[in-house]
Design a protein around this ligand. Structure first.
Ligand code: JFZ
Length: 438
């Protein structure tokens, strides 16, 4: 019995992922950044209907390949993209290298459905990676596990991309090898990669929210993840699988919801207490370029999202879907400019702060850095009273961030409740109050 138990332990210990020191350091840096740019772009952008157009219109693989003949993003300018992110106060970019349609936006030797075979003929990833390096922006790569074009992807058990005309029997081992080869290229030829953002796991599960959601295929994540960590130990792995983190992952992501919320219906999983967190959102409602989507969120709404994420100890990964020629539409540029302007003034209350020390409240959130707590009023407090429960700190001073004027407060030591007597102007996205702690 004892021997068996011991063998079991040894086995478990072996399987348990132990992040490297570089990786742990990278997680800390990831949390400090708080704001990143997501870029959904590729030949699907040509159709102006979002990145799911191949699936939604049941475009056959051979027909879809025609897009390669006229994807020619002559207005793409890596320098401009990176500068746009930087001026918005973003610290990293997560770029789509290959989405579900299977098109590769780099010079890959593993598939001829790639950017080098378009009239453009240039490696956009290389240009972007070099520019990120120059301008001090970290680069993360989105990589789809799901594929709507390849025959070896197990589409038979998938729930999307079923009508793209595939009939040959799939072969996961072949597909897995293909992914490993591509990931090896990505992690070898483009310098330091800060993270890989996987997506598509959910294609092999029942719909989110249904009780029974195991995957119908074994993705062999241990093989994929260990390859990545072997090639670049600091590279953070995240997977948009909408379930609890899997062994080998370094951060947890939420799609269209702040950690702990589930308005979009993808986030039934709880927020990890150990891993860095990230929420991704769109500026309008679409990831890839959508010519009719004019539901732009206001600048205030985006600022509230960013602050709401920081207050929950999470980063915000905000998306742009450039136009097919590589140009970025004015509405996105304007919003990013407005957020950048806000961050230039209030960045100290967001970057390198900790959230979740005081739980999010009806009126907003609190971020902490060193001996300071920043109270973010995102909604008008009822009766001009802002209650901070479980406030187990000593107060030195409480002032408005903008006007430096003292804020009236009472601290009930018995219940550890801090009460601020203040209100906020409706036109303000966020009113910040600075609490200097003893
Ligand atoms: C995924 C992608 O499908 C989408 O194109 C985009 O890249 C986004 C960031 O991530 O979004 C999902 C994930 C799951 C479902 C739908 C969209 N789903 O389960 O139906």
């Amino acid at each position: 019995m004892l021997v068996l138990t011991l063998i079991g332990f040894v086995h478990l210990a072996k399987a348990q992922y132990k992040p490297s020191p570089e990786n742990l350091e990278a997680r800390k840096m990831f949390e400090q950044m708080r704001f990143g740019m997501f870029i959904h772009w590729g030949p699907s952008s040509l159709l102006g209907s979002g990145e799911w157009v191949m699936n939604n219109r049941n475009i056959q693989v051979n027909d879809y390949r025609n897009l390669m003949n006229f994807f020619n993003p002559t207005a793409f300018d890596a320098k401009e993209y990176v500068a746009l992110a930087k001026n918005a106060g973003m610290k990293y970019i997560t770029f789509i290298t290959r989405h579900h349609d299977s098109f590769s936006l780099w010079d890959t030797k593993q598939s001829d459905f790639n950017i080098m075979n378009t009239p453009y003929k240039k490696d956009v990833l290389k240009m972007l990676a070099d520019e990120c390096n120059k301008q001090g922006i970290k680069l993360f790569l989105y990589y789809s596990l799901l594929d709507w074009s390849r025959n070896d992807y197990p589409y038979e058990t998938g729930r999307t991309g079923k009508k793209t005309g595939r009939i040959a029997k799939s072969d996961y081992n072949s597909y897995l090898q293909f992914m490993k080869n591509q990931l090896t290229e990505l992690l070898t030829n483009y310098g330091k990669i800060s993270g890989i953002w996987f997506d598509g796991h959910w294609d092999q599960t029942n719909k989110e929210g249904e009780a029974y959601t195991p995957s119908r295929i074994d993705w062999k994540y241990d093989e994929i993840y260990s390859l990545i960590h072997k090639l670049q130990p600091w590279c953070l792995i995240g997977n948009n699988h909408h379930i609890d983190p899997i062994n080998g992952e370094d951060f947890q992501m939420f799609e269209r919801d702040l950690p702990g919320e589930n308005k979009a219906g993808y986030s039934f999983q709880a927020a990890s207490k150990h891993l860095p967190l990230e929420t991704c959102e769109t500026i309008n409602g679409s990831w890839g370029y959508n010519i009719t989507d004019n539901k732009f969120k206001s600048d205030a709404k985006i600022i509230k999202l960013l602050v709401g994420a920081a207050g929950r100890n999470a980063n915000l990964l905000l998306n742009i879907g450039p136009m097919p020629n590589g140009q970025i539409q004015q509405q996105f540029v304007d919003t990013l400019g407005a957020v950048g302007k806000w961050l230039a003034k209030y960045g100290e209350t967001i970057y390198d702060t900790k959230g979740n020390i005081i739980k999010p409240q009806d009126w907003g959130v609190v971020t902490f850095k060193d001996k300071v707590a920043y109270v973010h009023l995102l909604e008008n407090p009822k009766n001009d009273i802002v209650e901070l429960p479980n406030f187990n700190f000593k107060v030195k001073s409480i002032t408005g961030f903008d006007d430096h004027v003292n804020v009236k407060y009472t601290l009930d030591n018995k219940s550890s409740k801090l009460i601020l007597h203040t209100t906020k102007d409706k036109s303000q996205a966020d009113k910040i109050i600075k609490i200097q702690l003893k």
